[in-house]
Design a protein around this ligand. Structure first.
Ligand SMILES: CC(C)(COP(=O)(O)OP(=O)(O)OC[C@H]1O[C@@H](n2cnc3c(N)ncnc32)[C@H](O)[C@@H]1OP(=O)(O)O)[C@@H](O)C(=O)NCCC(=O)NCCS
Length: 149
């Protein structure tokens, strides 16, 4: 049985997975997100043994569509294609939910790719408003989840 772990990682370590899943065929610079290197940003990696197969990041960024004082934004959620649909995305996001609960922040929001909306809905997240286009990436929905603090 392979050992699965989820650890905090450096932003630079997210790039191979972001590149393969979210920025296919694009220059590696496109894997850098504004705020990746900010003190309030936390990057998570899901490992099978020593192999990084999934990443996601949490930014201390507020969205004006929500009134909450303390908000986190989820970005760069990606599981390598060959490992998708086997429960790893769920494991990773549940770890992030635990992290958010531990920080006493009450709202997580994110722009979800249309294709990933059912995944997030299964995990208790809700869509807000109409879809919108992110150039070169496609249709997205604003989604969120509240946490009890
Ligand atoms: C979206 C993504 C992170 C989900 O991770 P994953 O490991 O494939 O998903 P899981 O296997 O953990 O799925 C958890 C549940 O969601 C469901 N699910 C996952 N993706 C789904 C989809 N696109 N549509 C419908 N249901 C989906 C699974 O069937 C599973 O349901 P179950 O608990 O009833 O069995 C992953 O597929 C991925 O990286 N996709 C490409 C990049 C992307 O879209 N990232 C999100 C950007 S906003």
């Amino acid at each position: 049985m392979n050992k699965i772990t989820i650890n905090k990682i450096k932003y630079i370590d997210t790039f191979p997975v972001r590149s393969a899943v979210l920025r296919q065929g694009k220059p590696i610079e496109t894997c850098f997100f504004l705020g990746d290197d900010a003190v309030g940003t936390t990057h998570f990696g899901l490992f099978i043994e020593a192999n990084l197969i999934g990443v996601a990041s949490v930014f201390k960024t507020s969205n004006k569509n929500f009134d909450n004082k303390n908000q986190f934004q989820l970005r760069g959620m990606a599981i390598l294609e060959e490992y998708q649909s086997t429960g790893f995305g769920k494991l990773l996001i549940e770890e992030i939910f635990n992290f958010i609960e531990s920080t006493q922040v009450e709202l997580l929001w994110f722009n979800a790719r249309e294709s990933a909306v059912p995944f997030y809905e299964k995990l208790g997240c809700t869509k807000k408003g109409a879809s919108f286009e992110i150039p070169e990436i496609g249709l997205h929905f604003l989604m969120y989840k509240y946490f009890d603090i």
